[in-house]
Design a protein around this ligand. Structure first.
Ligand code: ATP
Length: 413
């Protein structure tokens, strides 16, 4: 099922699908390439095509060992494609899904690589805007680094910006992946380099913990947590590493480190982390999410791709494409009242360490246990009252003691 892309490239085989299009293993004049063919509806959007051409110089100019280089942009009939370096390996989401949590040394080495790539992009005036494990590729042909990690490369530069055209998202919507969105984007400010730092710190937390600091449940609830909650400490994390995380997850963009500094500070910590096992953190949710009442949409909220689907595609020939992924969410920007937990808001007080995350399986189980306890207490009270009344009115006829009666109370559900 090979197909021509422009006059110079052939797309031979699907490597994976994302929300913006399909990535193909292809061939160009200089050898194998990865070709990201944008979705038809995006490719037929004239405004987007215009931006595509406008962004050409910035996208093609990024050249760094930790950035997947865009080699060419193709506009050909209905096809709109980015031709990239082919990375033979896997994406970080696949590795995380497989290992659940990474040892701190490996996690920090990977994130330091990405920070270096971001530093080069930021220096060139490019903000990524969609840093997440799906967009970090691990080059299995590259040399092994600290913690046995292969070099990490950030991909998908410029794609979020292309899709986020004013007409497509309108002024009141935001685009991105909820778990990694910096609070200032949610509050409607334009994305600057510091949003990438926040997202990358979220990735580091996720690699160490096995879950993101503010994720879980409905996207609206996730957004509110980014704005209102503080990050819960991870047990056993070295203090200096924790301080770096906290600083880069600061709500105020100006308090976060720059990418170059983050990369350098992370690398300084590598020797201290050598040989440290993955952190012993409570397991994240495993049950499918139910809609929790506190995470309901405020009226009028529009959500596309409401469930963050996670999956990834191994970069091996013959791998089955994962066609149902939609990791971008476009939604109305919540009002200040909602974000602050006002009349319609659902923000909650910061969680205490170890407390279950609202909307999580553990949270639901606790709520269920509380309901059962209350139910049993109510039944006991009613039965006790009835027995008391009966004992008072029936004198010697009382064959059963109150405790006998209690024992025969119907079992709670
Ligand atoms: N340069 C590349 N070389 C090799 N494989 C790649 C390359 N870029 C992307 N891929 C593969 O294609 C898959 C889909 O990538 P794509 O960027 O379209 O989606 P995504 O980033 O996973 O999700 P989304 O676009 O929804 O955020 C990736 O998971 C990765 O496995």
């Amino acid at each position: 099922m090979a197909r021509k892309i422009g006059s110079r490239y052939t797309a031979n085989q699907i490597l994976g699908r994302g929300s913006a299009g399909t990535v193909w293993l292809g061939e160009g004049p200089e050898g194998p390439v990865a070709i990201k063919l944008l979705r038809e509806d995006l490719a037929s959007d004239q405004e987007l095509v215009g931006r595509f051409v406008q962004e050409r110089t910035a996208l093609l100019g990024l050249d760094h060992p930790n950035v997947v280089s865009v080699r060419d942009l193709v506009v050909d009939g209905n096809d709109l494609a980015l031709v990239m370096d082919l990375v033979r390996g896997t994406d970080l989401r696949t590795r995380l899904d497989r290992e659940r949590r990474l040892a701190p040394e490996a996690a920090v080495a990977i994130v330091a690589d990405v920070a270096d790539g971001l530093a080069a992009a930021h220096a060139a005036g490019v903000v990524h805007r969609d840093v997440k494990p799906e967009n970090v590729l691990l080059d299995m042909q590259g040399p092994l680094g600290p913690g046995g990690s292969h070099p990490a490369l950030l991909t998908d530069f410029g794609v979020a910006k292309l899709i986020d055209s004013p007409r497509r998202t309108r002024a009141t919507k935001i685009i991105g992946t909820p778990d990694y969105l910096a609070p200032e984007i949610i509050e409607g400010l334009p994305p600057r380099a510091s949003v990438d730092i926040y997202a990358l710190a979220t990735v580091l937390y996720e690699l160490l913990a096995g879950f993101t600091p503010f994720g879980g449940g409905h996207p609206g609830a996730v957004l509110r947590r980014h704005v209102t909650e503080t990050v819960v400490p991870l047990p056993g994390i070295p203090e200096e590493l924790w301080q770096l995380l906290v600083q880069c997850l600061a709500k105020a963009p100006a308090s976060r480190l720059r990418a170059s500094e983050l990369g350098a500070r992370l690398r300084e910590q590598l020797p201290l982390l050598a040989g440290m096992p993955p952190l012993d953190v409570d397991e994240p949710d495993t049950e499918p999410e139910e809609e929790s009442p506190e995470a309901e949409d405020p009226p009028g909220e529009t959500v596309t791709g409401a469930r963050v689907r996670r999956g990834s595609v191994p970069l091996v020939p013959g791998a089955k494409p994962d066609s149902n992924r939609d990791t971008h969410t476009s939604m109305r920007v919540p009002g200040p009242d909602e974000l602050a937990g006002g009349a319609r808001g659902t923000a909650r007080a910061p969680r205490t360490p170890g407390a279950p995350r609202p909307g999580s399986a553990r949270h639901r189980a606790t709520a269920r246990r509380r309901r059962i306890t209350l139910g049993v207490a109510a039944v006991v009270l009613v039965v006790a009252a009835a027995v008391g009344t009966w004992a008072a009115t029936s004198g010697d006829d009382a064959g059963a003691t109150p405790s006998d009666t209690r024992n025969s109370a119907p079992e709670s559900p």
